[in-house]
Ligand binder design. Sequence first.
Ligand code: CA
Length: 164
Amino acid sequence: MGEPKTVLIVEDEKNIVDILRFNLQREGYQTCEAYDGADGLAKARSENPDLILLDLMLPGLTGEEFIEQMRRKKTMPIIVLSAKAGLESRVNVLKLGADDFIPKPFDNAEVLAAQDALSDFNACLEAVQNGGKKQSLTALPYYQGSTMHALYQANEVLGSRIDQ
Ligand code: CA
């Protein structure tokens, strides 16, 4: 895996931050935390994380505003973790530029799987952009219908074109 990946957790509930930090560090990730949106934006700039886990209902800046401001400058992946999980809310954050949406309460395995899928996909995109060969990705059965599943299918199409 090379350098440990850094995950920025933007979440105002300390117990959730603690759970995420514990599980991520156990899997070999480095973590940094922000407890409100403004601090999240500052840490996204200063720490340059590989991935952001983002809550929506935050003090000050909302998660949606965070995504909008981030997307003006940065392309780093953002996975939203939120109890605001109605269809409208999910579609809205994906349109704003989030990469995936995991409803709360979440299962830790789901968060880790989404991260692995994203980093697989990014590695694959990089390989394709460099004229390389598609690498195999892990399809996650419970991601059918999610953004990641759509990305996986896009990769299959992209890969089969390159293989020809
Ligand atoms: Ca919250």
